[in-house]
Write a protein that binds this ligand. Structure first.
Ligand code: NAD
Length: 508
């Protein structure tokens, strides 16, 4: 454990605020407790409203310099950050695993996502394109251009402690913005390690202090003051729907901008023509991966009644083989939940499933003995449910999978869309009409819709995000960069005349 902290550069007491230098903070202590062994693995002195103010000021100051660096040169610095992350991939991956309980391959996979988005952002730095328009007035030229926006507040959840920051930060940096990161208090060591790596690259390139900033603390001491601050024009927040509602109201109150990436309740429709072997493998990966703690985790299977039993048996057979244990061990497929609070939430949901008429078909037990004595390890669970059960409409952030039988295809789509969240979705079918209907505007209502590939994970090249209670935000690839810039429409009159709009003549 000590080696993991040392290799990632986060041993010893940390300060909770960074803005080119580490500030001394006096707002209590924040501890990082590993779900792997229940031990405190790191401590930071917490930041408070005073540090938030200082950091925001520094980020505003740095913005005035950073925005004047040509975008491709900003891209070159992001390229170097990507290289530094490549060098530190194993060390950071192990830290993600230790701090959040993800298996090592998922920890390293998350760092790979940071590297990939850095590469993407380098190319994007030469493609911040605006459109040219034909003016209706003779001798006039019209076009739009994209300018840097200002400091961007990035609030991240515990379950993707580094990737989500990079999806935002790499794009914000090439866009000419400075970045203020408020990580989850449950995973701040990962954030400190990544901040140190990025800051070193910025320093080597003589960038001003305050381009990349960090604030460690809870919602009250850091989150609220950051979100309220009118000098931060954009807040990109990833977390629960409750968090998004709170933040959206505060930022809207000051007419700021938000990118909201909130909870999901992702479903897969399995039709009679599906390849059940492929389907079962995709479901197990999507439902059990990261111990059911991904925003894109597969939670609901809407399966045709004719193939219900075969799929159920295949899934139970596969669940029995999931090796649960130390996420840093090579053979482990599922690690612990983030903390005992998450286990309590899971058990509470299982009680409600039974009281609302559902049936637990497999798993749902808290493990004990040896490493399991932390109380954070559970067996993943499969339940039979029906779409009307209120618990099915909620996102329980744990490995609970609902099997919901359907009779006809329209009913399946209606069940699929009948939840408040709208992040990721999939259909497994070999019937063209079914797959095309699912992808059409009367099909899936989610931000992500897949055919014969599961709900979990997403490639950085596409815009990532969801509809309805998932918040409507988009980040990472495609044209998501536009949210980090301000659009300006420009008209240049080279005619020597002054034709006024609506044919009005001012005789002066
Ligand atoms: P959470 O909502 O408890 O916390 C997320 C972050 O928001 C933390 O940093 C927290 O301190 C901060 N926060 C909470 N309330 C705040 C407020 N009022 N003002 C400012 N900051 C506030 O979420 P979590 O338990 O860390 O993560 C799990 C949730 O995140 C799940 O719902 C999951 O689906 C969601 N998630 C969504 C995505 C996505 O891209 N859609 C990605 C990852 C996680």
């Amino acid at each position: 454990m000590k080696d993991i902290l040392k290799n990632a550069g986060v041993e010893g007491e940390l300060s909770g605020a960074f803005c080119g230098s580490w500030l001394s903070c006096t707002h209590g202590e924040v501890n990082s407790v590993s779900p792997v062994n229940g031990e405190v693995i790191g401590t930071a002195s917490g930041a408070g409203p005073k540090e938030v103010e200082t950091v925001v000021e520094r980020a505003v100051e740095a913005f005035s310099t950073w925005r004047m660096v040509p975008a491709p040169k900003r891209g070159e610095i992001v390229r170097q950050i990507g290289l530094a992350l490549r060098k530190n991939k194993k060390a950071l991956g192990a830290l993600v695993s230790l701090e959040t309980g993800k298996i090592r391959a998922e920890g390293e996979g998350e760092v790979q996502e940071m590297i990939d988005i850095a590469d993407f952002a380098v190319g994007q730095s030469r493609m911040l394109y605006g459109l040219g328009m034909h003016s209706e007035r003779p001798g006039h030229r019209m076009y739009e251009q994209w300018h840097p926006l200002g400091p961007v507040g990035v609030i991240t959840a515990f379950n993707f402690p580094v990737a989500v920051w990079s999806w935002n930060a790499m794009i914000a940096l090439i866009a000419g913005d400075t970045v203020i990161w408020k990580p989850s208090s449950k995973a701040f060591l990962c954030a400190a390690a990544v901040t140190k790596i990025a800051a070193e690259v910025l320093e080597q390139n003589n960038c001003p202090a305050g381009v990349v900033n960090l604030l460690i603390g809870d919602r009250k001491s850091v989150g609220t003051p950051l979100v309220k601050n009118p000098k931060v024009p954009l807040i990109s927040a990833t977390g629960s729907v409750a968090m998004g509602r709170g933040i959206a109201a505060v930022v809207a109150g000051r007419l700021g901008r938000t990118i909201l990436e909130l909870g999901g309740n992702n479903g897969i429709v399995v039709t009679p023509s599906a390849d059940l072997d492929l389907t079962a493998r995709a479901i197990v990966f999507g439902a059990v991966g990261t111990a059911g703690q991904r925003c894109t985790t597969t939670r609901r299977i809407i399966v045709h009644q004719d193939v219900y039993d075969r799929l159920k048996d295949a899934l139970i057979g596969a669940y029995r083989q999931v090796r649960i244990g130390d996420p840093l061990a090579e053979e482990t497929l599922m690690g612990p939940l983030i903390d005992t609070g998450a286990v309590v939430d899971m058990m509470d949901a299982l009680n409600r499933i039974e009281s609302q008429g559902g049936e637990i078909l497999y798993g749902g037990k808290v493990l004990s003995g040896g490493i399991y004595d932390t109380g954070t390890y559970v067996t993943p669970c499969i339940c039979r449910a029906d779409a009307q059960m209120p618990v099915v409409a909620e996102e329980t952030f744990a490995p609970i999978l609902y099997l919901i039988p359907y009779r006809d295809f329209d009913e399946a789509v209606s069940i699929h869309n009948g939840v408040p969240q709208g992040l990721s979705s999939a259909i497994f079918t070999n019937d063209l009409q079914e797959s095309e209907t699912f992808l059409s505007h009367r099909g899936s209502d989610c931000g992500i819709a897949n055919v014969n590939i599961g709900t979990s994970g997403a490639e950085i090249g596409g815009a990532f995000g969801g509809e309805k209670e998932t918040g409507g935000g988009r980040e990472a690839g495609s044209d998501a960069w536009k949210a980090y810039m301000r659009r300006q429409t420009c008209t240049i009159n080279w005619s020597g005349e002054l034709p006024l709009a609506q044919g009005i003549e001012f005789d002066i």
